[in-house]
Design a protein around this ligand. Structure first.
Ligand SMILES: Cc1cc2nc3c(=O)[nH]c(=O)nc-3n(C[C@H](O)[C@H](O)[C@H](O)COP(=O)(O)O)c2cc1C
Length: 175
């Protein structure tokens, strides 16, 4: 099964990116694509002048060919990252139906102790217009995320591995 992962953090060492890779391992994806969301800021004038950027079209193609999608968001001031919101806005302009009925799981990894609970809830609302088949549970909220991965990018805490494994099992069952 083909899994697409979208990390809302652009940092090279982003724990959210590590988390989508860990999700792919637990999903036992035969094919995994990590999305690149370094898009220009959405601007209606840019869209009118140049159309949908090739990188955005590439992502909507990847979504269309994926069996399932996982999104991991950091929490910036209690909300998902601007980069992730910008990507969702571009996706809606490129192919609004690409996420419709798509099996999807969301998660978050943050420095704070709540693991991005509020950002993840806000992401859930942000996804409503896209109408994916969005799993409700278990919630994967990785707190103090810089301490949760080893040098190989693997989660070290058994509880997080268990929650993520259950979430990926639920996602597989949705496909
Ligand atoms: C602008 C900004 C705002 C942040 N606000 C929060 C916050 O509200 N809650 C929180 O837990 N961490 C917050 N943090 C810390 C992030 O959770 C932390 O940078 C986290 O590692 C981001 O995920 P990453 O490792 O994938 O980049 C903030 C960081 C930045 C840069």
């Amino acid at each position: 099964m083909h899994l697409l992962g979208i990390s809302g953090s652009l940092r090279k060492e982003a724990t959210n990116t590590k988390l989508i890779h860990e999700a792919a391992r637990l999903f036992e994806a035969s094919e995994f694509t990590a999305a690149d969301i370094r898009f220009p800021l959405y601007d209606g004038d840019l869209e009118e002048a140049e159309g949908i950027p090739a990188a955005v079209k590439a992502l909507t193609d990847q979504i269309n060919s994926a069996d399932a999608v996982v999104i991991s968001t950091p929490e910036y001031n209690k909300a998902p990252s601007g980069a992730l919101k910008n990507a969702l806005d571009w996706i809606s302009r490129s192919d609004m139906k690409s996420l419709q009925d798509k099996p999807m799981a969301i998660m978050s990894a943050t420095a704070g102790r709540a693991g991005g609970e509020r950002a993840q809830f806000a992401l859930r609302l942000m996804l409503m217009p896209f109408a994916p088949k969005l799993l409700q549970s278990p919630e994967v909220l990785v707190a103090q995320s810089s301490k949760q991965f080893d040098d190989n990018g693997r989660l070290t805490d058994d509880a997080y591995i268990d929650f993520l494994g259950k979430l990926m099992g639920n996602l597989k069952a949705l496909v």
